[in-house]
Write a protein that binds this ligand. Structure first.
Ligand code: ASP
Length: 323
């Protein structure tokens, strides 16, 4: 209960751009909040650099769609981010396989999964949305499409990621590790100056997964969902658990029924804990924003946080947790 109370305080203050313990200092940084036309960016974990990039796009009056694409590309290009793009941990066979999806204010969406050798899967996903009659391309087909559209083939397995795979191979024991193994997968939601919403999600997926495994992150409704009339949601954590509950779609639908982003994220987490065995041993987190610009987040286990950017500043807010 203590954690829950603390989180509610954090969530309310977070909505104002404040953190617990910083109210006095931060109050003047966030003069306006909650207006539909106020731009905002939120993303999973503490990737402030990605938010900054997205914010630059919004500040110039750019589309939320461009903001989320540009924002998550920062994580995809960062070799230190070992759950996304270049530098992502490989699967059991030592292959880096990437999943990503993107969704705009009109409900258009594009996705790629099990894509190899391309550093920016989010941009390929966007092209799938804009240039094809399809929503999702997988594996070889996605690679072929990317190459045909000018993307370069690159080796994405860094020395650090290769070493962690070599280490893992000594025992070859696959078990989801809360908050460590999957840390840094990025899901981002943005509201532009015109009040329109878009979202993006990109990951190298669960570390040392089976070759061919696809998680929730490229699946519209699971890893990401946006409805411009309501809001958007993204998920991170054990993809299988998110897919089983159509997590991001669920959060958006709960908001449509009148729940706040915070209440909707909490209910989606509770749905998983009620229906899925073993939740004590895996992590799932949801992050949401409604079209008024109110944000919310909740996870099964402690340790989830999100980066929030609004007029005047960027900050990292701790999410509440079920256990
Ligand atoms: N949801 C991703 C997956 O299961 C991983 C993560 O978000 O941490 O592939």
């Amino acid at each position: 209960m203590t954690n829950r109370r603390k989180f509610i305080a954090q969530a309310i203050l977070g909505g104002l751009g404040l953190s617990v313990g910083q109210q006095g200092k931060a109050a003047s940084r966030w003069p306006i909040s909650g207006l539909a036309s106020e731009p905002a960016v939120i993303s999973t974990w503490n990737n402030v650099a990605a938010n900054r990039k997205a914010w630059k796009v919004l500040k110039k009056g750019g589309r939320a769609l461009d903001a989320v694409e540009q924002g998550v590309r920062v994580a995809e290009a960062n070799p230190e981010d070992m759950s996304v793009g270049y530098g992502g941990r490989p699967d059991r066979d030592g292959k880096v396989t990437l999943d990503a999806c993107i969704m705009d204010e009109e409900g258009n969406c594009g996705s790629v999964c099990f894509l190899q050798d391309i550093k920016h899967p989010i941009s390929v996903a966007r092209l799938v949305m804009e240039k094809t009659p399809h929503v999702m391309l997988a594996g070889e087909g996605a690679l072929q499409f990317a190459l045909e559209n000018g993307f370069e083939r690159e080796n994405l397995l860094t020395e650090d990621a290769r070493k962690s795979w070599e280490e893992w191979k000594k025992e070859s024991h696959y078990q989801p590790v809360i908050n460590i193994e999957n840390h840094d997968t990025i899901g981002m939601l943005a509201i532009g100056q015109d009040g329109n919403l878009s979202g993006a999600c990109t990951t190298s997926g669960a570390a040392f997964k089976m070759h061919g495994r696809v998680g929730d992150s490229p699946i519209i409704g699971a890893g990401l969902y946006v409805d411009n009339e309501v809001g958007g949601a993204v998920a991170t954590g054990l993809g299988e658990a998110v897919i089983k509950t159509a997590g991001s779609f669920l959060v958006v639908e709960l908001m449509r029924q009148g729940m706040s982003p915070q209440a909707a994220c909490e209910e989606a987490v509770r749905r998983i804990t009620r229906k899925q065995k073993g939740y004590e041993d895996f992590q799932v987190a949801f992050l949401a924003i409604n079209r008024e610009g109110k944000a919310g987040a909740y996870s099964i286990h402690k340790g989830f946080m999100y980066a929030l950017s609004r007029q005047g500043g960027h900050e990292v807010v701790d999410a509440g947790h079920f256990i």
